[in-house]
Structures are given as structure tokens and as C-alpha cells.
Design a binder for this molecule. Structure first.
Ligand SMILES: NC(=O)c1ccc[n+]([C@@H]2O[C@H](COP(=O)([O-])OP(=O)(O)OC[C@H]3O[C@@H](n4cnc5c(N)ncnc54)[C@H](OP(=O)(O)O)[C@@H]3O)[C@@H](O)[C@H]2O)c1
Length: 285
């Protein structure tokens, strides 16, 4: 269930009773990293939030901070979005609380590093289930209401990796290509409806992501450098609200994305594989 965890002062704003209420934004993967930074951006703009992830303790701690800093209602839902039950539970809890979703941010995701044939099957399928499955499931649940109301939007978090196949992170890169393709197609479908549809495609970002994906020694991080989650979220939120469809934060990442769109795959794929190799930093032996 959605915890009664209002940290703000919006007593009359609970549920959507037809009166003027701040928009409701659902952000997945908001227990840390980019999702948490995006939650601060939406809250700073006065949105009521529903934050979802598996780690309920982090969600509750961060929701209290957000409520205190920005003075908005923040609800949390602990859910494993790699499962159909997790997605269904989130949707049911939102509906039971009488909330209509104005904005959906599909940010929850994870990576996998190493040759495909050496990877654990369960890890690969869980990656696909959250990076692709949950994003598709939740978008299909909430987009019809947004279109019917003629407002709101969906922000899907892809990656620079969505522009090119990624040897050594093959499943992750393929999942982000799906996110990119789906979002660009949906942006065309919803054009003129009043609903925003955007994909955020960051390069490396300084979060727990790389360690959790066993990629902390990936050469790409040293090669490109990493932006902070806060910078990515600030650029992502501002450009999403302005109606941009493909949002690539930072000049280096923008140039990389452009090069990857223009370069033939016989050059870009081996180059990307080379960047994605694991290498100990100099001095580590
Ligand atoms: N960091 C980068 O360099 C980078 C670059 C480009 C794109 N991205 C994308 O940005 C998004 C956020 O990544 P991040 O860097 O912020 O990574 P992160 O710090 O590891 O955060 C990932 C978030 O997703 C949640 N999550 C993961 N699996 C989940 C599941 N099965 N069910 C529910 N929530 C789940 C995690 O929460 P729990 O663990 O509490 O469930 C966490 O809140 C991802 O989609 C990632 O692919 C990251």
C-alpha cells in the first residue's frame, strides 16, 4: 500500500476530487541515484510524488527529506518492478489512493557487464524485466489517462548506450535501444495530444549503477568522465518540461550520441566494445 507519508502541508490536496491539485508524478527507481535526483526536481516544481523501488527504508528516508525540503506530498511504494506483481501493486496502490497520474518517469533499471555467454541467466532476464518490462507495463497503464485528459507526460530513462550495440554490456545496451525506439515512436503517436513523451539518454553518471553492474572498472568511465546525478536530473527535467523528445545531457555526451548516430556500425560497435572492457585503474597492479 502507499504509506500515509505526507511530509508536506497539502491537507486538502489528497486524492483527485476535481478541484485544483498539484500534478502527481510517479518516479520509479527513486531510492537513490538519478531517480532520486529527478524526484527532487519534480518536487521543487511542486508536484506530488509517488516514489517506487525495492528498498523501502531508503524510499521512506528520502521521501521524508524531499517532503521537508520542498513541502510536497510524497508517497512511497516498495515494489520489485521486475515482476508483474510489482507493477500491478504499484498501479493498484495509486488507484486506491484516488490519484490520477500526470507524469510517469520510468527510471528504474540495472546493468550487466561481461560477455553474454558467461552471464547468469537470471540476471539477464531480471535486467530485461525491469529495463523493458516495467517501463512498457507502466507506460501502457498510465498513458491512456494522460491522453484522455490531454496533459501530462512520460519520461523514459535510456542511455547513451541506446544509440549503439554494446559488446560486453550487450543486454543492457539492447534494453536501452528498446527504450529509445519505443519512446521516439510513442512521441510521434501522441503528437498534438498535449502529452509529453521524452527519452533521457545520459552518458556515464556517478551513481551506484556501475558497481552494481560489475562495471566499476569500465574504461568508458575514465574515458568520458561522469556527470553527477543532480546535473543529469536538472537538464532532464527542464528539457522534458520544454517538450524536447530526445534529451542528451552534457556536451561530451551530445557529441558522442551524434557520432554514434552517424558512424557505421563496423566502426562504432568494436570501438564501443573496446570502451566497455574492464581495466584496473593505473597503479592498481
Ligand atoms: N549511472 C549511469 O552511468 C547511467 C547512465 C545512463 C543511464 N542510466 C540509467 O539511469 C537509470 C537510473 O540509474 P542510476 O545510475 O541512478 O542507478 P542506481 O543508483 O543503481 O539506481 C537504480 C534505481 O533503480 C531501482 N531499481 C533497480 N531494479 C529495480 C527493480 N527490480 N524494481 C524496482 N526498482 C529497481 C533501484 O532501487 P532498489 O535497488 O531500491 O530497487 C534504484 O533506485 C537506469 O535506468 C540506468 O540504466 C544510468
Amino acid at each position: 500500500m502507499i504509506d500515509d507519508n505526507r511530509s508536506g502541508t497539502l491537507d486538502g490536496a489528497r486524492g483527485d476530487d476535481g478541484g485544483p491539485t498539484p500534478p502527481v508524478s510517479v518516479i520509479t527507481g527513486a531510492s537513490r541515484g538519478i531517480g532520486l535526483a529527478l524526484a527532487h526536481e519534480f518536487a521543487a516544481a511542486g508536484h506530488r510524488l509517488v516514489l517506487a523501488a525495492r528498498d523501502s527504508a531508503s524510499l521512506e528516508r528520502e521521501s521524508r527529506k524531499i517532503g521537508k525540503i520542498h513541502g510536497v506530498e510524497v508517497y512511497v511504494q516498495a515494489a520489485d518492478l521486475a515482476t508483474a506483481e510489482g507493477c500491478q501493486g504499484l498501479a493498484d496502490a495509486i488507484s486506491d489512493a484516488g490519484l490520477e497520474v500526470d507524469y510517469l518517469v520510468n527510471n528504474a533499471g540495472g546493468g550487466q557487464c561481461g560477455p553474454f555467454h558467461e552471464a547468469e541467466r537470471e540476471k539477464l532476464t531480471a535486467l530485461v524485466d525491469v529495463n523493458i518490462g516495467a517501463l512498457t507495463d507502466l507506460t501502457s497503464r498510465f498513458l491512456p489517462g494522460m491522453i484522455a485528459r490531454g496533459r501530462g507526460g512520460v519520461l523514459n530513462v535510456s542511455s547513451l548506450g541506446g544509440f549503439v550495440p554494446g559488446p560486453n554490456q550487450a543486454t543492457y545496451y539492447a534494453s536501452k535501444a528498446y527504450v529509445m525506439s519505443l519512446t521516439e515512436a510513442l512521441a510521434q503517436e501522441v503528437w498534438g495530444s498535449g502529452v509529453k513523451m521524452a527519452v533521457l539518454a545520459p552518458g556515464p553518471v556517478a551513481t551506484d549503477f556501475h558497481k552494481k553492474a560489475d562495471a566499476e572498472h569500465g574504461f568508458y568511465i575514465r574515458f568520458m568522465g561522469a556527470l553527477s546525478a543532480e546535473t543529469v536530473a536538472r537538464i532532464g527535467f527542464a528539457n522534458f518540461m520544454c517538450g524536447q523528445t530526445i534529451i542528451v545531457p552534457g556536451w561530451t555526451t551530445m557529441l558522442s550520441a551524434l557520432s554514434l548516430r552517424l558512424a557505421p556500425h563496423f566502426i562504432s560497435v568494436p570501438f564501443t566494445g573496446w570502451l566497455l572492457q574492464q581495466r584496473e585503474p593505473p597503479g592498481n597492479g
